[in-house]
Design a protein around this ligand. Sequence first.
Ligand code: F6P
Length: 347
Amino acid sequence: MFSGEGEYQEKLDKFRTQIQLMTELRKIGLMTSGGDSPGMNAAIRAVVRTAIYYGIEIYGIRRGYQGMIEGDIFEMKTTDVANIIQRGGTILKTARSKAFRTPEGMQQAYDQLMAKGIEALVLIGGDGTFKGAVEFFEKYTIPAVGLPGTIDKDLAGTDYTIGFDTAVNTAVDAIDKIRDTAEAHDRLFIVEVMGRDAGYIALNSGIACGAEDILLPEINTNIEEVLKRIDYDERRRKTVHILVVAEGDDFGGATELLKKVSERFPKLDTRATILGHIQRGGSPTYADRVLASRLGHAAIMALREGRTQVMVGVINGALHYTPFEQVVKQNAQMSADMIEMIRVLAV
Ligand code: F6P
């Protein structure tokens, strides 16, 4: 039971009446939207092949909602998704569409879908994608199922998002390398990882790399405390100091921190590295490929079963369906024990 369940059920019934038995679905549209994430291609492959297996035509929509508005829609065949499971990025391309946020843009998008005879949608993306979906489906009754595709992992309704595991592994690999050079020079390194609103990449890569400190957007940074810990480590001659900061930390990213640390500890040899978009690319890990395949298959099955306006995720190993509204209303909870652990393990 979740708040607003009654209202949600009402909407669901409306959709069900409209679409009758979804096993009769003939044409489904598929798009990726927002920031790309490794594993999106594996998800596309699974959606396309599952749809075709069940005799459903599947239409790719290029560049997310923007392509929907422009009618950049084409039929996909099984061969279109051959040899993509291992590739980063998204063959459907992606965009963040401002036009879709306007009533005119939404109307155009709907008209394009109707003109192509699209009866339902599979949306792969993150927070922005589902926010757009909520607004769109308030006005237009077209069934849709979403898949969580974002490196940030900042969605409720799933333990993991497609691309998160790969992004964290990319960050871990980079920070390990930085630790080597930091140790060789006795340097303090500040490493900025992605995450404008969420610190999951910072928290997980920081713990995995034995970071001395981790700064997250979810926790107000007390800069004096951070400096005190550096000072303490200096006095006990801890030679390597790695500080991992999420780009959305309230004190600022690596650049701000570098200024502050260098000002307070002028004798310390300090450097900053911003990992940036390398975290968004690259070949997905096995975990992301399996998750994406499982969710892609589940999206088509969900539509065939008459589920709609839900995101498919995996919680405790099992498929889970969460209404779009619930996915965006809250961020996934950060584990308190992991936050507590940061300081303990840096002793
Ligand atoms: O997709 C998530 C994310 O990588 C965030 O962590 C980051 O803040 C943002 O996208 C950057 O987006 P872009 O550079 O593509 O506008």
